[in-house]
Design a protein around this ligand. Sequence first.
Ligand code: SF4
Length: 267
Amino acid sequence: MKNKGLIFDIRRFTVHDGPGIRTTVFFKGCPMSCRWCHNPESQLDKPEKYFRNIPLDGRHFILEETAGKWMTVEEVMNEIEKDRIFYNESSGGVTFSGGEPLMQPAFLLDLLHACKTEDLQTTLDTCGFAEKKIIRRMMDQVDLFLFDIKLLDDAEHLRYTGVSNKIILENLDFLAGNRKNVILRFPCIPSITDSKSNKDALKALAEKYHPGIREIDLLPYHSLAKGKYQRLNKTDQHDDIPAVSMEEIRKFKEELEKTGMIVKIGG
Ligand code: SF4
């Protein structure tokens, strides 16, 4: 659909998706299917019906809603422009997230150009799984990449996300080689990403890219998405993921800091 993109949410006043106060635009459609995904409504690249059960006075009302809406660049920019004063005051801007924004490259590029024309800071929150030529087309329009690194072992990556990590690691190398502003993001998922071997491999990656890349954010797992899976009639695979240990994450933060990286818990 020319000049339209599929968006499942636009959140104003976000503070964890880049610097300052931001508007985060969530693209619908993702090439991965991570076991721990807390945005299951983001995965399918077309609008999806879901049902909400509203209990009231012993009765149940079923509300049909749709996740995903086709929007023009102008419509998205109208939302973004509403909070310009807050971006200016806080050195904030706009974050494109998902899902995976790079799955809609033409629309994303149009939005990035529109933001640059309006002198707005741009952040791209990406899983990194995209053809290099797409990254190359975007990269000069993006001020900051929030780049997910999940599992360094390729077989494990394939098992838990549905895709190989090869292209992701190549894209990270490409961005680092071009001196782009990148913050790494590591989801701390008990029994999946928090194995000793994976954490050691992340540490080695941090050593490799520091000081060109200066920051890693550790994102603790939460299981708040259960209701979403039910509403979308999707299989929830969260039940066998244990609760997160903040003490373990704090210990890992200290380990990673030895590489010279700035390490934050949360975004
Ligand atoms: S990359 Fe993100 S949005 Fe896509 S499936 Fe994984 S956790 Fe969900």
